[in-house]
Design a binder for this molecule. Structure first.
Ligand SMILES: [Zn+2]
Ligand SMILES: [Zn+2]
Length: 811
């Protein structure tokens, strides 16, 4: 181990002062150190377990660990939501292993079982390794406990053994959904003895994926009840608001929460950083900022030269590789090749041995700098860094703290730097530190009652055991009206014993819990015929259209042809100096308005809509600089999506009062729409690719100038609804973000969107400010809506959500 570094403030000073970069620092936040608080394990924790834990290095548990263990032992469902490296696994492992040991001894065999769910196979493998270490530390006392992974990689000859003998089974929601639940009769003895279900990293179950997992867990609970067990749910989450309520939505059960973190933390200095404007020009001649990637590479280089152990979190694998390559080149120039080799890239898709080797190298100090994707965020053991760079806001305050929490070893100080990307949300955040440091982390959004999510799980459940009236409550209020619909569509059949699945195909195969539905498009290497992977049907038009540059497992491919008939994208490996962005057109129809509030003359609504989207062309953008190189037309059919939206309308009278001219309206509404899409992730845990928007100067359904923001998933995912609920704050922040931007006529930091279907034209920055001001003023004096001149269809502008899915599937 190298000696501990200087205080973080000194490190930051060297990054800025000495290099003339003070003006890039928009804010510095000092977070004080927090001492450790300890407690004792509850008496029910077996002495062998406590001893093993002690041998493994933990003499006394922290308060939150002891509290969670007590609740778990007493049979309460509990979620533990504390910071990174606060030993959450241990908090549930202690009661779980105690119970399993007790049961095993009492029954002289497998007396009690536990199911452990993690969002990724890699994380389950890490847990298995940790269990192995604990078992070793137990020195024979824990040898009766049999833990095993059960996932897609488990060899078939081992699976039977796992089902019959393992007391702790580590798997993922996908395997539970497709492999375990449909074959529950083979798992009868395991399910009968099931005492605990551990749901690790449960904050990752959000949006549509989270809603699917919620239904998978309800199916599990139903089968357990049939086998006579009622397992206790133990959930671990990153810091999140309202974790008990979210865990309750996820499991359908009351869940106690443990949020008081007893682990120690050193002083953290958190810097907000805005890269400078460049000479480069983007769309419509807008100024372009230096990219967060390039800036992160520079800062990483300087930190490594300064002997500061650092990781840079980058959004894409390609970005992580770029940061590492650039840093290596700079280091080679500055200090020779030996130093250059002390930086590496780390991303998902590495083999466990490769990951371990990197972790060890970082731990020993042999490696000083890592450029990583968020793959590192999930449970992988890279604590003990001195500095963390975040190239771009990771989407939520929860992940921001999770990533920043990687810095700070042995209670020492840590430096975190958030480098803004050139978009409205990042720009807003680095100029409004209160929204990061004085706001609670967000709660996780999921909507298990979404009929598009629920329907296929009802089919899968009926295939597992016929559905009866007794199941209505378990699956929620959407169930009763859905069942007769599923019967009419010939999916379920009603008999005296309940609803049955009578089809030949497996019901569980009909739903992809991570995707949106529809046949996935296969990505095939044109020359070899090798299948590289798949993308879901909804995003295929935008991500693997003919000519697209597509990143897959860290490699770059160019799509030679997208064959929609066969659902195949033929690709070739390539390394073009540009990336591609699809352009599309979108129209929207209001199907039903569920809720409506008046803001003076203006009105804000939430309801169901139908979005029709067509990808029409794509742009090439130069890597690093983002400069636009040209546009190519595409010939793809339109797709429709039925989903949920929030929308607002203003009246002609209001526009007149605000002196917004009719010719300024399209650009103003379009700009307001872009910025509001950019800011919604601050209030709903989505990213801007989960949502889309349309702005129309005169919408045929509302008869008014209208701006829509919709969920990019069939049936919605809860994001638009959150926008409706928090509209005042959301649109207020949108206005603040546009107003604060230093550009003159609009730039990617405020009103331009990277996925604009109209090439960011028209956009009117001043008009957007006036439009949002009049909306937010909510002035009650005014007149009713009037028809305005103009072509309702002709001037609409739209952003489609990147992951839209055709609404053809289900209802
Ligand atoms: Zn701007
Ligand atoms: Zn647009």
């Amino acid at each position: 181990m190298k000696p501990l570094p200087d205080p973080p403030a000194a490190v930051l000073d060297r990054l800025t002062g000495a290099r003339g970069r003070q003006d890039r620092l928009t804010h510095t936040e000092h977070l004080p150190a927090r001492p450790a608080r300890y407690a004792d394990w509850p008496p029910e924790i077996r002495p062998e377990i406590a001893a093993a834990v002690e041998t493994a290095g933990i003499a006394r548990p922290w308060t939150h660990q002891a509290e969670a263990a007590s609740l778990a032992i007493s049979g309460q469902n509990v979620v533990i939501a504390t910071g990174t490296a606060s030993g959450k696994s241990l908090a549930y492992l202690a009661p779980v292993l105690s119970t399993l040991l007790e049961g095993t001894e009492a029954s002289n065999g497998r007396g009690a079982t536990c199911l452990y769910l993690s969002p990724t196979k890699a994380l389950a493998a890490d847990q298995l390794r940790r269990l192995g270490e604990l078992r070793k530390a137990g020195d024979g006392a824990l040898d009766l406990l049999r833990a095993a992974a059960y996932d897609g990689d488990t060899p078939f000859q081992e699976r039977e053994w796992v089902r019959q003998y393992a007391s702790l089974v580590l798997t993922n929601p996908d395997m539970l959904h497709r492999g375990i639940l449909p074959a529950h009769t083979r798992w009868a003895s395991f399910l009968r003895a099931l005492r605990y279900v551990v749901v690790d990293e449960c904050h990752t179950y959000r949006g549509v994926f989270g809603s699917h997992v919620a239904q998978v867990l309800r199916r599990l609970r139903r089968l357990c009840a049939r086998y006579g067990s009622e397992p206790v749910f133990l959930l671990a989450s990153a810091t999140a608001a309202d974790p008990g309520r979210t865990a309750g939505r996820l499991t359908g059960l009351p869940v106690a929460e443990v949020t008081e973190d007893g682990s120690p933390r050193g002083e953290t200095v958190f810097a907000l950083w805005e890269p400078p404007l460049t000479e480069m020009q983007g769309e419509q001649g807008a100024p372009v900022r230096r990219s967060a990637t390039a800036e992160a590479a520079d800062l990483l280089t300087d930190l490594v030269l300064d002997q500061v152990r650092s990781v840079a979190f980058v959004r894409s694998r390609r970005g992580a590789e770029l940061v590492s390559v650039i840093a290596q080149e700079r280091l080679a120039e500055a200090a020779g090749h030996r130093t250059a080799r002390r930086v590496a890239a780390y991303r998902g898709g590495y083999l466990p041995e490769e990951r371990r080797a990197l972790e060890r190298a970082l731990h020993s100090g042999e490696l000083l700098g890592l450029a990583a994707t968020s793959a590192l965020e999930l449970g992988v053991d890279v604590a003990g860094l001195d500095a963390v760079l975040l190239a771009g806001y990771p989407g939520t305050r929860a992940s921001l703290w999770q990533q920043a929490g990687r810095a700070g070893r042995a209670g020492q100080g840590a430096l975190a730097v958030l480098i803004a990307r050139d978009d409205p949300l990042d720009t807003y955040l680095v100029h409004h530190p209160d929204s990061l440091f004085r706001q609670p982390v967000e709660s996780t959004v999921l909507d298990p009652d979404n009929p598009h999510v629920l329907a296929p799980h009802l089919c899968a459940a009926a295939a597992e055991l016929p559905l009866t009236d007794a199941d209505l409550e378990l699956f929620g209020p959407s169930t009763a009206p859905l069942l007769p619909q599923l019967e009419r569509r010939g999916l379920l059949r009603r008999r005296p014993g309940g609803y049955f699945w009578t089809r030949r195909e497996r019901a569980a195969d009909a739903v992809d819990i991570r995707g949106g539905g529809g046949d996935p498009v296969r990505i095939v290497e044109a020359d070899t015929g090798r299948l590289l992977g798949t993308v879901d049907a909804g995003s295929a038009h935008t991500s693997v259209h003919t000519g697209a540059v597509h990143l897959h497992q860290g490699r770059t491919y160019r799509v030679r042809e997208l064959d929609l008939e066969d659902s195949v994208a033929l690709v070739e490996e390539a390394d073009p100096p540009y990336s591609t962005v699809a352009r599309d057109t979108t129209s929207i129809r209001v199907l039903e308005t569920d809720r409506e509030v008046a803001w003076g003359e203006a009105v804000l609504c939430f309801g169901s809509v139908e979005v029709t989207n067509q990808v029409v062309s794509f742009l090439k953008r130069r890597l690093i600089t983002g400069e636009v190189l040209g546009e190519t037309k595409l010939d793809l059919p339109p797709r429709t999506l039925r989903t949920r939206a929030v929308w607002w309308c203003v009246t002609e009278g209001q526009l007149e009062d605000a002196e917004l001219l009719p010719e300024e309206l399209p650009g103003s509404a379009h700009a307001a729409e872009h910025a509001s899409i950019g800011l919604l992730p601050l209030f709903a845990t989505c990213d801007r690719w989960d949502i889309g928007g349309v702005s129309v100067p005169l919408h045929p359904d509302t008869g008014l100038p209208t701006v829509f923001v919709y969920d990019g998933h069939p049936g919605g995912a809860g994001f638009a609804e959150r926008g409706f609920q928090r509209a005042g704050e959301w649109l207020g922040a949108t206005l603040a973000a546009i107003t604060a931007c230093e550009c003159e006529r609009g730039c990617p930091s405020c009103i331009q969107s990277p996925k604009c279907g109209n090439g960011n034209d028209p956009l009117d920055k001043g008009g957007a400010i006036r439009l949002l001001r009049l909306l937010l003023a909510g002035n009650p004096a005014g007149e009713s809506a009037e028809e305005s001149a103009g072509d309702p269809a002709g001037e609409s502008a739209a952003e489609s959500a990147g992951r839209t899915v055709p609404g053809a599937e289900s209802m």
